[in-house]
Write a protein that binds this ligand. Structure first.
Ligand SMILES: Cc1ncc(COP(=O)(O)O)c(C=O)c1O
Length: 391
């Protein structure tokens, strides 16, 4: 199957030579029945773990009722999920789509339309951050502040300006009458688990308010409990005008969302935007289950507690191994920056039955399900210690 995949799939991923067949909680098994602890969780998707019984039940029950119908009609679970997202965020209206990139596309369109209606044709530029990641479609890719990902796909969508992350002066200099929005991940995921200074988001919001610019948060990776609060921006207490979500919103059933205020939402009218699958009954029924489970089953509390434990364990390793340059994290998104490329460490972890990932070349990234236990974190730390001691 693996060899066949190499022949019939597009060569867009440097895949590891294992095939995952089954999952339960934090564990997955490959086609040889080898067990792994999963500290990737589909890249921050399976926040409730694999095959969580409540998710499986919600999926099964909705599948028996109605899997799909058009957005020509009202969809019960879609309205219920929108209500939940608004109840627990700054948001007042929600548009559902199918992925993070598609949510970014919607945010770009909404910001442009909002600005066009107020300020005319010349206000369409969006400031985004270096080392950001917003997705692979042409608009989201154009917003992504990583030249290596954009290279080869020019001409990109015009109207993006990239500035260093966590640098308010750079935004102050870049922002002008041409700017319609500033788009930022509250914590950069793909860029290497980069946390901002305490006042960064507040400063961004002030700059936006002074200039009538919209602030967009990309919470695709860090939303839905990943950092220990439902949304990462809650740590900084600064709401945006638009927020994008995807990944873990339905724990693995494809979904994306754009959450916004009533005022900004008015810029879209029927026919301006849409998608066939977005917000369908199946995905949104599971989304409702995910929000309820995150909030009612102590999952956020576990994320905070185990996140601190994991960060402390990584800091202890840093104290012992000089090649660990930095350790960063919030809740259960943690990064360990090495002095060298991390790919080989990922492979050696896999040999020892632990799945981790490496981003930005040298940053080992840990994104376990938020239900991970202290014992499972100990297993990861023991594996890392063993591997690091052989370096
Ligand atoms: C912050 C962020 N935004 C957007 C995306 C794109 O999401 P998708 O792969 O669902 O299009 C990702 C994916 O990793 C992401 O981490």
């Amino acid at each position: 199957m693996i060899r066949e995949g190499d022949h019939c799939l597009l060569n867009t991923y440097a895949r590891y030579p294992i095939l995952l067949k089954r999952g339960d909680g934090v564990k997955v098994w490959d086609s040889n029945d080898k067990e792994y602890l999963d500290f990737v969780a589909g890249v921050a998707v399976c926040n409730l773990g694999h095959c969580h019984p409540k998710v499986v039940k919600a999926l099964g029950e909705q599948a028996k009722q109605l899997i799909h119908c058009s957005n020509f009609y009202y969809i019960g679970p879609q309205v219920e999920l929108a209500r939940r997202l608004c109840e627990h965020s700054f948001g007042e209206r929600v548009f559902f789509c199918n992925s993070g990139a598609e949510a970014a596309e919607g945010a770009i369109k909404l910001a442009r339309k909002y600005a066009k209606e107020r300020s005319g044709d010349n206000r369409y530029e969006i400031i985004t951050m270096e080392n950001s990641f917003h997705g692979r479609t042409m608009g989201a890719l154009s917003a992504t502040g990583q030249e290596k990902l954009r290279k080869g796909f020019e001409p990109l969508l015009p109207g993006f300006q990239y500035v260093p992350f966590d640098d308010l002066d750079a935004v102050a200099q870049a922002i002008g009458p041409q700017t319609c929005a500033v788009m930022v991940e509250p914590i950069q995921g793909e860029g290497g688990v980069n946390l901002p200074s305490a006042d960064y988001l507040k400063g961004l919001r002030e700059l936006c308010d002074q200039t009538g610019t919209l602030l967009i948060y990309d919470e695709v990776q860090v939303g839905m409990g990943r950092t220990g609060t439902l949304f990462a921006y809650e740590h900084y207490d600064v709401p945006p005008h638009i927020m994008t979500l995807a990944k873990s919103l339905a724990n693995g059933v494809p979904i994306g969302a754009l959450v916004t205020t009533e005022e900004v939402a008015q810029a879209f009218t029927p026919g301006n935007h849409g998608t066939t699958f977005g917000g369908n009954p199946l995905a949104t029924a599971v989304g409702c289950c995910v929000v309820d489970t995150l909030l009612e089953d102590g999952v956020l509390e576990n994320c905070q507690e185990q996140g601190e434990y994991l960060l402390k364990g990584l800091q202890d390793l840093k104290a012992r191994y000089a090649f660990i340059k930095a350790v960063r994290g919030k809740g259960l998104i943690c990064g360990c920056e090495l002095a060298f490329e991390g790919k080989e460490i990922v492979e050696r972890c896999m040999d020892r039955g632990v799945l981790i990932n490496c981003t930005a070349g040298r940053v080992l990234r840990f994104l376990p399900p938020l239900i991970v236990t202290r014992e499972e974190i100990d297993s990861l730390l023991t594996a890392l210690d063993g591997i690091f001691s052989e370096q």
